[in-house]
Design a protein around this ligand. Structure first.
Ligand SMILES: Cc1ncc(COP(=O)(O)O)c(C=O)c1O
Length: 346
């Protein structure tokens, strides 16, 4: 059972259930097993995504502390900061976003379109940070900026990036896990495996802990989108243990509960390899579904590989959003489409 979460402050951002849909056209095309999509990309707030569930708890905490200014850090095309900028509008908070140089890309659309344009549309203040791989340094820079806001009389709240902070965002995916289990029961779906993106780890952690608290033993593969499996596995284990301590339920995870797969991470964060590009086109052309080049294409690629290998097995792909990145990465999307139409060499 998931314990009562009312002791954790929550800001209401989204109060609906996201669909669980079958991607029957993809399964048919690849000759694979049944594949379902949990549509957290369709959760309403500003193009949606997994970060809406997470922000309910970060921003709930911020409001409980009396903050009026939120500071966040993320990659240039981060979905987290875009969703936060929109959520701050809804909650009447000022938002400051720090964009980190994390991807070797410098074209106009990457720097100005997609999520960046939306951040500006939502009126967030933007600053830039030249280091993309040092979470502690990014947080420290944000703390310095927060001090300047405080000097102007504002009450600041920094949403940290470094994994030493309490995994408040993962609380949102306890609700996600409950919702998914209810849908699996209603639809009589017994998945053999669930695939979810694993970056900061909040989604993976909340979903995995939530399922286990509900007594659901379905294997969960965290598909690495940011760092390799050797780094991600201990990070997720520590995040899960931290969350379980916060919840104080007495549950402990088994060693084999934490599974991560970095097969589709190459060529690196923010860059889609061939299987991820294939997943983007299959989703678009067969299901009318947008999966992005940074996160969800890699997760869907892992689900497709599983489905191809096990015709008799059912899988669920947690679609965590990221749609606006299609515009931020338009150069790469066009390259992909050009490759597709390029004449074969004879
Ligand atoms: C679209 C999308 N999917 C998945 C992830 C990974 O989620 P998490 O950071 O909770 O591990 C992110 C993170 O930014 C994301 O934007």
């Amino acid at each position: 059972m998931i314990p009562d979460l009312s002791r954790f402050a929550r800001a209401a951002l989204w109060d609906h259930i996201t669909p669980l849909e079958q991607a029957a056209n993809i399964s048919r095309e690849i000759g694979g097993g049944p594949l379902f999509v949990k549509r957290d990309d369709a959760n309403g707030l500003a193009f949606g995504g997994n970060k809406v569930r997470q922000l309910e708890y970060y921003l709930g905490d911020a409001l409980a502390q009396g903050a009026d200014t939120i500071l966040m850090t993320g990659a240039v095309q981060s979905n987290f900061v875009r969703t936060a900028a929109a959520a701050c509008c809804k909650l009447g908070l000022k938002c400051h976003i720090q964009l980190e140089d994390r991807v070797p890309k410098d074209d106009f659309e990457y720097n100005k379109s997609g999520n960046v344009l939306l951040n500006q549309f939502f009126g967030a203040a933007l600053s830039f940070f030249s280091e993309g791989e040092d979470e502690q340094a990014a947080d420290a820079e944000l703390e310095q900026i927060a001090a300047t806001y405080r000097a102007d009389g504002r009450k600041t709240y920094v949403v940290p990036m470094h994994p030493s902070h309490a995994p408040l965002g993962a609380l949102g995916y306890l609700h996600g896990a409950r919702e998914l289990v209810d849908q699996m029961n209603e639809m009589a779906i017994r998945p053999d495996r669930i695939f979810v993106g694993s970056g900061s780890g909040n989604t993976h952690t909340g979903l995995l802990v939530g399922l286990r608290l509900l007594g659901d033993k379905t294997p969960v593969t965290g598909v690495c989108v940011r760092r390799d499996a050797g780094l991600q596995a201990p990070r997720i284990r520590a995040r899960c243990d931290h969350l379980l301590t916060m919840l104080d339920t007495g549950l402990a995870l088994q060693d084999d509960d934490v599974e991560v797969d970095d097969t589709f991470l190459a060529p690196g964060y923010g860059r889609a390899g061939p299987q991820a590009r294939e997943a983007m086109l299959l989703a678009a052309r067969l299901e009318g579904l947008i999966v992005d080049p940074v996160y969800t294409s890699k997760v869907l690629a892992a689900a497709i590989r599983f489905s191809r290998a096990h015709r008799e097995k059912t899988s669920i792909f947690i679609h965590t959003g990221g749609g606006p990145a299609i515009f931020g990465y338009a150069e790469n999307v066009r390259e992909m489409l050009n490759e597709e139409t390029a004449p074969e060499e004879s």
